[in-house]
Design a protein around this ligand. Structure first.
Ligand code: UD1
Length: 355
């Protein structure tokens, strides 16, 4: 389906700029907005050609661009996991108030379709099971276990070590960070808006995204950029826990493809979809793959841990395939090998977000 009129927010960001390129490449007419937040772009970045500097919390500015738009692809957000409680107002303001203002403006403009950038962080921990105890609802890991180097969950009844299972979209949603809370609130506002107005929302729950133009190492960066920046500086990647924690690393070109598919395929009501590679990988493997591609140094498994980190979160990618025909193309080992020398954004993430 070509020739749709799409409003893209966050169009100058790491993910948004890939989506913009692909939407235009697919023949859509794209109106691109970005606030050019210093936290994401540095204090002096100029707005890219063809992108209007607009704050999604500005309803009047949205009214001026929403006329005739078929679908909004909403990527604008403050990202990262939140470094301190002082980040809470920025997440609430940009991510949640911003989405609320956008939904109201869409209603005024008669626009009934939203593709929302969400995240696997809405799940909190992944899914666990044991041979003897079946599926187990885990809480958070105890500091004394982590300090003793016991990073896996155990079944509270049988004591056996639990293994991970992949997470479906209807899993319980238990956000554990300020950022996760803000992403789930965005989903909740969008779901309520869909049911009240009879609109369509496809919420794409991105797993761990990496790829060209990713922000460099900052307290708000994902681990792939942190490892990659360390290697570039000649330092060994510092792998936390025992390196066997599992994630799904999905390449930004696949994230862009999933957005194009969701834009082109209206679904009834609120539909959340995992966007993942379907090929889980451990953090230790991420480090060794990047280090091998760059010729060292060898990663160090530190046994240190970050309070609040989840142990394993692995997606079931099937619903996205069935609903919008999306299947990731980039294998994580091949993608991370290429990422070892990919260009990164320099000025990004230097500053804590403000509101
Ligand atoms: C990340 C993002 C989150 C995003 C989600 C899905 C960040 C900070 N987190 O969550 O916002 O929504 O993916 O795209 O952007 N680790 C190391 N060494 C390091 C840093 C981290 O071993 O130097 C480990 C962590 O302990 C963790 C794993 O790497 O086990 C992943 O960490 P991180 O990249 O922060 O991602 P997530 O918590 O999975």
């Amino acid at each position: 389906m070509s020739g749709m009129r799409v409003l893209l927010t966050g169009a100058a960001g790491f993910i948004g700029s890939h989506i913009r390129r692909d939407l235009v490449g697919a023949g859509h007419e794209v109106t691109s907005l970005d606030l050019m937040l210093a936290a994401a772009h540095g204090p002096t970045a100029s707005t890219p050609e063809g992108v209007a500097r607009v704050d999604v919390r500005d309803g009047a500015a949205l009214d001026a661009v929403l006329h005739g738009i078929d679908v909004v692809c909403h990527q604008a957000a403050v990202v990262g996991n939140g470094v301190s409680a002082q980040d809470a107002p920025a997440y609430a303001s940009h991510n949640d108030f911003g989405t609320a203002v956008l939904l109201a403006a869409m209603d005024r403009a008669g626009c009934h379709r939203l593709v929302l950038a969400s995240s696997m962080v809405v799940y909190g921990e992944g899914r666990y099971r044991g041979e003897r105890c079946g599926t187990v609802d885990v809480g958070t890991r105890r500091a004394e276990d982590l300090d003793a180097g016991m990073f896996e969950y155990r079944c509270p009844d049988s004591g056996e070590i639990l293994t991970w299972d992949s997470v479906h979209e209807d899993a319980p949603l238990r956000p554990r960070s300020l950022y996760a809370a803000s992403k789930l609130a965005q989903e909740n506002y969008a779901a309520a808006w869909a049911s009240v107005t009879g609109s369509s929302v496809t919420a794409l729950r991105y797993h761990n995204v990496y790829g060209d133009d990713m922000p460099r190492d900052t307290p708000y960066s994902g681990v792939a950029a942190i490892f990659r920046s360390a290697l570039e500086a000649g330092q060994a990647p510092q792998v936390y826990e025992d390196g066997r924690q599992t994630r799904d690393f999905v390449h930004v070109t696949d994230i862009a493809a999933a957005n194009v598919a969701a834009v082109e395929q209206p679904l009834p009501g609120f539909v959340p979809l995992n966007v993942s590679s379907g090929r889980p990988i451990t953090i230790g493997e991420v480090a060794t793959t990047l280090a091998a591609a760059r010729g060292g140094p060898t990663p160090v498994v530190t046994g240190r841990y970050r309070a609040g980190d989840v142990r394993h979160i692995v997606a079931d990618p099937d619903r996205a395939r069935r609903a919008v025909g999306f299947a990731a193309q980039v294998d994580p080992i091949a993608g991370l090998t290429q990422f070892a020398f990919a260009p990164l954004r320099d000025s990004a993430g230097t500053f804590a977000p403000t509101f």
